[in-house]
Design a protein around this ligand. Sequence first.
Ligand code: G6P
Length: 744
Amino acid sequence: MKRILLFILPILFIVTAVFAGFGIMQARLEEERLMDDLKKKAMAVSESMELSVRHIFLDNDLKVANRLVEIFQKKEKLQGCVIYDKDGKILAITERISDWRDKDKPYLNDILASRSSRGALEKFREYSVYSYILPVTDDNGDVIGATEIIYDTSYVFTILTQLWKRISASLIVLLVLIVIITLLIQRQIFILPVRRLTQWFTHFQTGEIDKLRPFEEKGEFGKLISEVEQVALGLRVARNIVYNKASERIQKEELWTEAKLRDLVHAKLGENSLFVVSNREPYMHIIEEITAVSRCVRPASGVVTAIDPVMRACGGTWIAHGSGNADRKFVNSRNKVGVPPENNKYILKRIWLSKNEEEGYYYGFANEGLWPLCHITHARPVFRESDWQMYKKVNQKFADSILEELPKKPSFLFIQDYHFTLLPGMIKEKRPDVTIALFWHIPWPNPESFSICPYQVEILSGMLACDLIGFHVQYHCNNFLETANRLLESRVDTEKFSIVRGGNETFIKAFPISVDDYSDVIDPKSDNDEIEKIRKEFNLEGKIIAIGVDRIDYTKGIIERIQAIDRFLEKYPEYKNKFVFIQLAAPSRTHIKRYHDLMGEIDELVEKKNWKYSAGEWKPMVYLKKQFSPEEIKPYYLLADMCIVSSLHDGMNLVAKEYVISKKDLSGVLLLSRFTGAARELTDSVQINPYSIEDFADAIKFAIEMPAEEKKRHMEKMRAIVKKNNVYRWAGNIITELTSLKKA
Ligand code: G6P
């Protein structure tokens, strides 16, 4: 619009200026012509009056003079007329202009003295009149008086006003015509071809008209289209090569790698057809409060840890809540940004939520309702109607934004977690052709526990619009199947592990999530430097080091961990001064009271226990409370003799797998809560019941004292499991399963 205005406004301005100049000239000429006519008329009338006036003077007949001025006024349609004597005194004046008598006429004496006539515009009452004065002479040529003819000039202005009105109306018509014609021309030669090209590109992107030429066009636009055609041809060829090579490689490779997953996606899904949605975004732009510098951070989140490598491998679009305080500064006009920032491999589309929406949907319903509902940690779920309404609203907001992105060709939507139980139904309502999988990253409770949720039917119905629902372990799948069976009118097929409801079949399957094996890309030099730095900073030389890495969440069993370490040192005092526990703790969901209180409880407990044991330089616990990047965590894993994962309940727990995968030298022991999903795969860990503080303390001693050879053997087995069942296998299995369900 701005551009059109820039084009049209100068034209309109020039036309208006030319028209105004032309109008002024025409009005001037017209005015001159009218005044000229008036003058001529006045002269003629004066001359015809002159003879009669001379007789009046000669006969000295005043009565006749008065009659004469009235007769002439009527006959000649004058405003009035006046007869003066030779001294300029009024002898007779038309009655209707009698107040003309009082007007000051400094020019009159000059006229009488010079004997020359005078015509001029004069002001009378509120308007202007034309006055023509003619001296009257006797036979000797001596001035004996004068006549004055006065015309009303208002009709001159009426005519001029009408002339201006005509000029203005023509100008308006002309301007409107110019605007219409310009818009039509602009549309014809610019907008329509650009629109056709844009539409063609959109279809090309979605693979609908791969082989069609854009359209015929000549001139400069034709050249542009020809260039576009060449680019499209190149892309088509490149795409085919990628697909063919990808299919060949999938057959050959054994171990799941980033490249194999990429090949699978290219071969099975094609380009631009994988869409991931989660609440937490994988990259967050934030402005540091103190320095005011913006930087990009990776949030502490299991979902991010698992899905980011998958998206890096496959490309596609990830839609998530833009929660960083500088996020808006880094997106394009469609709220998208290429990530990772240093080497863009996929697109992140950010969705903006108001404080109210975040409060109700994320903090309220998702994290005060569903989170405690699904984790058996004896924290009471809170269900507020207002939170539920906001949860529905935000699910719809995400659905609308995803629908904008989905191409017309069959595509795949991979939804993450408990934040979006209603989303599958909302998408399927508008796009039944889209294949949808939902992965539930947290545990699924048994039907009795789930049945306390007031919105159970809506939640289950929303989820069952999916084609596939994945959980970490079979136990959670079974819980879900039972829940649907008991709480919903549906048919559960225990052979196929599917649920049929309203003509739609949803498959339920376990896909144990995992991590990327980054141990081969570890840089020993810089890692050693970092490890040494940490050793020095916390005085760790010669100490047995245990590590904990968690979001500060009541499900993670951090309090129990501290109590167990306390008991361990009480029970086995020989480890005083020898053992140090480092807890890396990322503050999380801090607006929720339960989380806020937990932070306070942990601070207090660490402080208390450190005070209890501290002697000289040594203190048993180092508590580091901040968001750590994966690069910052890595040296801690490498340095630790033991990693403690003591979740009270956890879907999988990727910290356990990260620790194992980073121990390339096969050192270290994993203490793992038996209430995590990971405990089912990592059976070579030292498994603990975090509620049993006594056993937990003994397990710490047991892990420390385990012979080095045994530690190695266990670590080797666990590493082999995680290496084989890495996150690429996890994603590969889900995509293979999804494409086998792909709608025709
Ligand atoms: C759990 C959830 C994830 C979530 C993560 C971090 O692992 O399953 O979906 O990303 O917690 O929680 P947050 O609320 O900070 O995203």
